[in-house]
Design a protein around this ligand. Structure first.
Ligand code: UN1
Length: 507
């Protein structure tokens, strides 16, 4: 790992953007262990409250200047960041894979998402459009503008340790905001690497110190951000439990919140499906990132006439999965993030058994020389009922629940019959049922696909979901509007003062 780890196995420091001011007054560290081999990768200093306050103050001052930089110029700086990520794609992809445990291909894919969102943001920097309206009053003009919002707090999760930051940060930066990132305490090194990668660009362009900042720590650090009235928008990715707390705290101070929380994503496999397309999509959706994507396929709702066939094909495909070191390209499935996640997996397996579930592909924790970190588990499949508590709950592990349906109405009801609403898909070649699935009476999720799986969304669309998924939208489409404030402007260029609504007021 030498080439990707110039960071020594000693404490490295969080701080503000250019890398010239790394403040840390704490001697407390987060120890980052790789789930791949259980080795200590580095110790990262955590931010104290005093460090945090200095970061926010610097960010606030940077905002005063950054908001005045023309948006296309901000876009040019983001373009250069995208170039840097192109240069470091392999190194950063490997680091993501080693620190988080996802396969190298997925680590590289994650860095590609950063590059893609940079490109998207560059174009967007010339398209932060407002509408013009026709005033009801003569000699009046109405239009709206989108102005920068302020400090954006980004709380990210371990499973996409760098891409989700970039969806927020790159859009926020072209919108004229400044960013304070609190990465997951499980993956602090990849965050430090990103700050280093963009540091040169910020320095070369004389960008004010504080435009992109990093604070490290656990739950307390996240709470500082959510409670802080200096933070205009908190964008948080993580569990529903975390999101509920963040949402309530930010709402209390009338701040803005963008939540991207848990999913409980289902694929419907109709009797009209092309199974040659469906099976690989299901397997990638269920076992990719070892079941630790918020878009992971957790439930499979299969028409009764193809149920046995689908079950047999899946069992065969799972039998071919290679589990092991994710940096070895021949392996499909890496480890879970830590031993706590393995316990969560085992608890879910037990709950399935207690509810009466039958495993079609058996679960288990892998042991032996290749699995010394203790974090490698077998992706498994269980026949289950949608209303079981364990099926209603998101377990961040590769467990796929299999269930049967008879009518398309029933399948859609099952798909929607969970508290979460992130991603969904149907495999069918039947136009009527595909359109029903996409209609107002179809899937209730933020993402609904036909003949592709639930995960692996492209950055060009708005990403997020409904119900307990939190309602936020990040990344493409017009998600940028969440990072700006809208101002409606009416200008009177006439010589009289007509009032709206025809009101007469003569003095
Ligand atoms: C997440 O798991 O938080 O759609 C994000 C996908 C990825 C992003 C997942 N592009 O699976």
């Amino acid at each position: 790992m030498d080439s990707i780890l110039p960071l020594p196995a000693q404490a490295v420091k969080p701080g503000t953007s250019t890398g010239q001011q790394f403040w840390h007054t704490s001697d407390k560290t987060i120890d980052s262990y790789s789930p791949v081999d259980g080795k200590l990768m580095a110790r990262v200093y955590t931010s104290t409250r005093a460090d945090y306050d200095r970061v926010i103050e610097t960010a606030r001052q940077a905002f005063e200047q950054w908001r005045l930089v023309p948006a296309p110029r901000r876009g040019e700086i983001v373009r250069q960041m995208g170039e840097q990520f192109r240069l470091y794609k392999t190194d950063l992809g490997k680091l993501v894979s080693y620190e988080m445990g996802k396969s190298l291909q997925e680590g590289l894919g994650e860095v590609q998402e950063i590059i893609d969102i940079c490109d998207f943001a560059v174009g967007l920097s010339r398209q932060l459009y407002g509408l013009t309206m026709h005033s009801e009053r003569p000699a009046h003009r109405m239009y709206e503008q989108w102005h920068p919002l302020g400090v954006v707090g980004i709380i990210s999760a371990f499973n996409f340790p760098v891409a989700v930051w970039s969806w927020n940060a790159m859009i926020a930066l072209v919108c004229g905001d400044v960013c304070v990132w609190k990465p997951s305490e499980k993956t602090p090194l990849t965050a430090l690497a990103c700050q280093q990668i963009i540091g040169d660009v910020l320095r070369n362009n004389d960008v004010p110190e504080g435009v992109s900042c990093l604070v490290t720590g656990g739950r307390d650090t996240g709470e500082w951000l959510t409670r802080d009235p200096r933070v205009a928008l908190v964008s948080a990715t993580g569990s529903t439990r975390m999101g509920r707390a963040v949402g309530a705290t930010v709402a209390e101070r009338m701040g803005r919140c963008l939540l991207e929380l848990g999913g409980n994503n289902a694929i419907i496999v109709s009797q009209h499906a092309d199974l040659n397309v469906a099976i690989p999509a299901i397997v990638f959706g269920a076992v990719g990132t070892a079941g630790q994507r918020c878009t992971t396929t957790r439930r499979l709702i299969v028409h009764e006439t193809v149920y046995e066939d689908v079950k047999a094909r899946l069992a065969k495909a799972y039998g071919q999965l290679r589990i092991g070191n994710p940096l070895e390209e021949t392996n499909h499935v890496g480890p879970l993030i830590d031993k706590g996640a393995v316990e969560g997996y085992l608890a879910a397996v037990e709950a399935v058994q207690q509810a009466g579930g039958r495993f079609v592909v058996e679960p288990g924790v892998l042991e032996g020389e290749a699995y010394t970190s203790g974090c490698y588990v077998r992706p498994c499949i269980a026949e289950a009922q949608n209303n079981w508590a364990i099926v209603q709950h998101e377990t961040f592990a590769p467990i796929l629940y299999l269930m049967k349906y008879q009518t398309i109405d029933e399948a859609i009801a099952l798909q929607n019959g969970v508290p979460q609403g992130l991603s969904s898909s149907i495999f069918t070649l039947n136009l009527r049922e595909a359109e029903q699935f996409l209609s107002a009476a179809g899937s209730d999720c933020g993402i609904a696909n036909v003949n592709i799986g639930t995960s692996g969304a492209e950055i060009g669309g708005a990403f997020g979901g409904e119900k307990e998924t939190g309602g936020g939208r990040e990344s493409g489409s017009d998600a940028w509007k969440a990072y700006m404030r809208r101002q409606t402007n009416t200008i009177n260029y006439g010589t009289t003062l007509p009032l709206a609504q025809g009101i007469k007021f003569d003095i």
